[in-house]
Design a protein around this ligand. Structure first.
Ligand SMILES: [Zn+2]
Ligand SMILES: [Zn+2]
Length: 297
């Protein structure tokens, strides 16, 4: 080895916590540069000056996380990431699942927070074949009505582009069940968080007094959007409703001291929300080498 490691990726891109006897594992599927013009609601100059103040580098990067829920003998995946080419930084779902002893065929359910490409892209191969042969897919019924209900959306070009990407799921729609708010699997509740898309959702995993809320696209750039929840993204189908939902769920998470994790919260994704200034800040769980119970605070 001559004293230098040739590794180009981290040893582990998976991080687990326990909620009661339920193991929840965050998996960093991709870490990639944020698309230009992603954030909306404020001038580009102000957003850039805030980015500079954050000392995170001038190019904003984005975590794309998936979550594995091991509950009552089931193995449930929340979102599938971008998919595509496997590199040191992207397309890593299958690699990371293997690192924790799981195969794609072990997944019994795939829960999708919504039908944007960075959430369902890993579900299908280049040839349009489902990569989860033994899984039922669950998503909110409003996503079906929006993407496959026959009315092509107009307006917001970024949202229309995502709608067009979602058509790639048509070959595997027979594996889908369309659901609504409430318990969808014992121990797992769908929480409707509309605005970003009509059926955009989170999933609350609960055991007794312990719970974690896994949300989709409430934030894309956590350091900007927790501080100022009025900042949206160009992919929002209904920007006003998305902002209202973001404000509401952040306030609720703060008051309840909920453990939360998001598709785009900085890996290892888990943390809590506290008030700061006119907005909030995200307090990440500190990395532990042991798999700990996510204690109430
Ligand atoms: Zn989205
Ligand atoms: Zn997303």
């Amino acid at each position: 080895m001559n004293g230098s490691s040739k590794a180009t990726s981290q040893r582990s891109n998976a991080y687990s916590v326990m909620v009661g006897d339920i193991k929840i594992t965050a998996i960093l599927e991709s870490y990639t540069e944020s698309p230009p013009g992603l954030l909306t609601g404020w001038s580009e100059e102000l957003l850039q000056s805030r980015q500079a103040e954050s000392l995170r580098g001038l190019a904003a990067f984005i975590s794309i996380n998936c979550f594995l829920i091991e509950i009552d003998g089931r193995v449930i995946l929340v979102d599938t990431g971008l998919g595509g080419e496997v590199t040191a930084a992207t397309g890593r779902l299958e690699v990371e699942l293997r690192s924790i002893g799981m195969e794609l065929g072990d997944i019994s359910h795939v829960l999708l927070t919504h039908l944007h490409a960075d959430h369902f892209g890993g579900a299908i191969s280049e040839a349009g074949i489902c990569r989860f042969p033994n899984a039922r897919f669950l998503a909110h019924r409003a996503e079906h009505d929006y993407c496959f209900g026959g009315n092509k959306p107009a307006g917001n070009p970024m949202a229309v582009q995502q709608y067009q990407f979602a058509q790639r799921l048509r070959p595997i729609l027979s594996q889908f069940d369309w659901v609504e708010e409430g318990q969808i699997i014992p121990g797992v509740e769908l929480v409707h968080l509309p605005g970003h898309t009509p059926g955009h959702s989170g999933f609350r995993v609960r055991r007794g007094q312990d719970s974690v809320l896994l949300w989709g696209d409430i934030v894309h750039q956590p350091h900007q959007q927790f501080a100022d929840p009025s900042i949206g993204v160009s992919y929002d189908v209904d920007p006003a409703m998305a902002t209202e939902t973001r404000r509401k769920i952040m306030a609720e998470a703060m008051v309840r001291k909920d453990l939360i994790a998001g598709t785009h919260t900085d890996f290892p994704a888990f943390g809590r929300v506290k008030a700061e200034g006119d907005g909030y800040c995200f307090v990440p769980l500190v990395w532990s080498s042991a798999i700990n119970k996510a204690l109430a605070v």
